[in-house]
Design a binder for this molecule. Structure first.
Ligand code: AMP
Length: 612
């Protein structure tokens, strides 16, 4: 397509009449595009064509001038790699919703999806997705628009997300636990036209929260709400949207290289960053992850981790299970006992856990030993490092394979293999699932370290992004497109990686990542704090928890309760709140004058040991 076709397509998607799209028509003066429309075009150009133009405060471009900018794009630096990914069949001419819902190869009457309230067969799920897509289109949600979906593990999440994808609109998946501090920047980056939320979830009023976000982000026209909604303006009832119904309008201009959805990075520096996942790249991730997980059409996957996160969503998780023709059972993470009951009732074969949740399951298993868990084949554990002794205890208590998963929302996934001997499966974090992944272990100068030595893992491959949406945090990628994981790894003689630590300053609280700099900046807004440093402290269940060192102002430092309240009032997600506060007269410094976090981590470890 030439630039003029591209621009016309974008304008058509914005609802501009064909007759108005004369080549000399100016976007603001003649087409009357407002700030929201202009932002939408900017997002499209940046995302699909890697082209940045200021349409809002810059000159008022004509249709022809904008097309000219697109025609002058630099030749695509990644074009060779993309050609290879397609030639080798890693990227295919397929759309995610078709890959996941295909009833051609898998029987339509098989149960495909259930939560506590309902069950869908594959055919019913497909019909609900089509009906939902058609209704969304009728309510004005358009192809190319972004929709933030912040829903818990319920059937509604799955139907809505797949319907948006079928429509060509792009869901951005947000954990229900995220609050203003995390979501405001995401909304600014994506300018979504709608937010999907539960009215209330876990004692939190999401509807009021969403109303506040809408007040601050004028792109948001509609709220899609599950649960009781008032007659307030712009609310759509998700349960009405997801009934079976007519086919959505066919879209002729969808392409497998389009963004299908956005995941959110766990945020090593402050706010989560949107990660655009194309149909073809995420399709590859799903197919390869499914293959190494031993999934078959008979598999039953229990989703207890939030499905808005990549691990339970597509590694292989929810999407992989459906793509393979299996069944997904959606549940909440907080009740291990209920999960054990579900495994028995639903004959669950696969489940994904963080190490912290796995430890809670171990305790629950000891208490509820009567459940028949013989269907369980694979317990996948990832998101944070699992230690070898816990892995062995899990294998024993659940009498199944333990598969370690080390991956990142940016798209690279490593799995121990189901036929790895126990000493490898328990002590390593796996190797790439994709045959196309290139991995380098490098030192601080970017040189490859000797085999078996420790270094940072860099990754590139058909499932891995080469930039964040809008080119945020460009330093996270090398010039030749490798993603810098920030993880310190070494290669085990088996060829698998062992994750030994990390370079980035993040506290991994049971799989939830908490950037230290974000926390420190917010703590410093408390008038009683002069200096602050957040470090990981060992925790017997979570692995790590947040310990805050503070230097108080003249009247002394605030207490832990006070700081937690302050952070929560600042809109920080609750799972990030610190577990402990230590007041110190000054923060220790390294030779170059940075806060000496190694010493602080040693200090808190020693304190905990002294306390027994
Ligand atoms: P996320 O983007 O939330 O999936 O977080 C990705 C990061 O989590 C990785 O870069 C690692 O730092 C950490 N991580 C994920 N899985 C593991 C694992 N199995 N062992 C150690 N760290 C892990």
């Amino acid at each position: 397509m030439t630039g003029i076709d591209e621009v016309r397509r974008i304008l058509r998607d914005l609802g501009i009449d064909e007759e108005l799209m004369r080549d000399d028509a100016r976007l603001r003066a003649h087409l009357a595009l407002d700030s929201v429309d202009l932002t939408q075009i900017q997002v499209e150009l940046a995302d699909r064509y890697d082209t940045r133009v200021d349409l809002w405060t810059g000159p008022d471009y004509s249709v022809r001038q904008l097309a000219g900018i697109l025609d002058e794009r630099e030749p695509d630096a990644d074009a060779d790699a993309r050609g290879e990914y397609r030639d080798r069949g890693w990227w295919r001419q397929e759309f995610l919703d078709d890959l996941v819902l295909g009833t051609r190869v898998h029987a339509g009457h098989h149960a495909a999806l259930s939560d506590a309230a309902r069950t869908f067969t594959r055919a019913e799920l497909d019909a609900a997705v089509s009906g939902c897509a058609a209704r969304l289109a009728r309510h004005g949600i358009r192809s190319g628009e972004n929709v933030l979906v912040q829903l818990p593990n319920q059937v509604r999440f799955v139907v809505l997300v797949l319907a948006l994808i079928r429509l060509g609109a792009r869901p951005a998946l947000a954990l229900p636990a995220l609050r203003e501090h995390e979501l405001d920047p995401v909304l600014s980056a994506l300018a979504p036209s709608a937010l999907a939320v539960p009215a209330r979830h876990q004692r939190f009023d999401h509807l009021r929260f969403a109303e506040r976000l809408r007040g601050r982000h004028p792109s948001v026209r509609a709220l899609l709400v599950s649960g009781p909604v008032g007659p307030a303006e712009g609310h759509m009832d998700i349960d009405r949207l997801i009934e079976a119904g007519h086919e959505p309008p066919a879209r002729a201009d969808r392409h497998p290289s389009d963004t299908a959805l956005f995941l959110l990075s766990s945020g090593t520096t402050g706010a989560p960053k949107p990660i655009a996942r194309t149909h073809e790249a995420l399709g590859h991730v799903i197919r390869t992850a499914t293959a190494v997980s031993g999934m078959t059409p008979e598999s039953v996957f229990l989703a207890v981790l939030p499905v808005a996160h990549g691990f339970a969503f597509s590694a292989p998780g929810l999407l992989g299970t459906l793509a393979r023709g299996g069944k997904v059972v959606l549940a909440q993470p907080d009740e291990p006992a209920a999960a054990l009951e579900l495994i028995e009732r639903e004959r669950v074969t696969h489940c994904a856990l963080t190490p912290a949740l796995a430890l809670r399951w171990l305790t629950a298993r000891a208490t509820y030993s009567g459940h028949d868990l013989s269907s369980l084949q694979v317990l996948q554990v990832g998101g944070a490092r699992l230690d070898a002794s816990t892995a062995a205890r899990l294998a024993d208590a659940f009498d199944c394979r333990i598969q370690q998963v080390y991956g990142m929302s940016e798209g690279q996934l490593n799995f121990t293999r189901l036929d790895d001997p126990p000493e490898v499966a328990f002590a390593t974090q796996g190797r790439p699932s994709s045959p196309g992944d290139e991995t380098l272990v490098v030192d601080e100068e970017g040189r490859c370290v000797a085999e078996g030595d420790l270094g940072e893992l860099l990754v590139r491959g058909p499932g891995v992004i080469t930039r964040y949406h809008g080119d945020a945090s460009a330093a996270s990628f090398t010039a030749d497109g490798f993603y810098r994981t920030g993880d310190l790894v070494r290669r085990h003689p088996s060829g698998n990686f062992v994750v030994a630590g990390r370079l980035k300053d993040v506290i991994n609280r049971g799989g939830e990542k908490i950037p230290a700099d974000e926390m420190e900046a917010l703590v410093l807004t408390h008038p009683g704090v002069r200096a602050a440093a957040a470090v990981a402290m060992p925790h017997h269940v979570l692995g790590e928890a947040v310990c805050l060192y503070v230097v108080g102002a003249d009247d002394g430092a605030p207490g832990l309760r006070d700081i937690r309240r302050h952070l929560e009032d600042s809109g920080l997600a609750r799972f990030k709140l610190p577990e402990r506060l230590v007041e110190v007269p000054a923060l220790p410094l390294t030779a170059v004058g940075k806060t000496d976090k190694v010493r602080l981590r040693e200090d808190i470890t020693a304190r905990l040991e002294a306390e027994g």
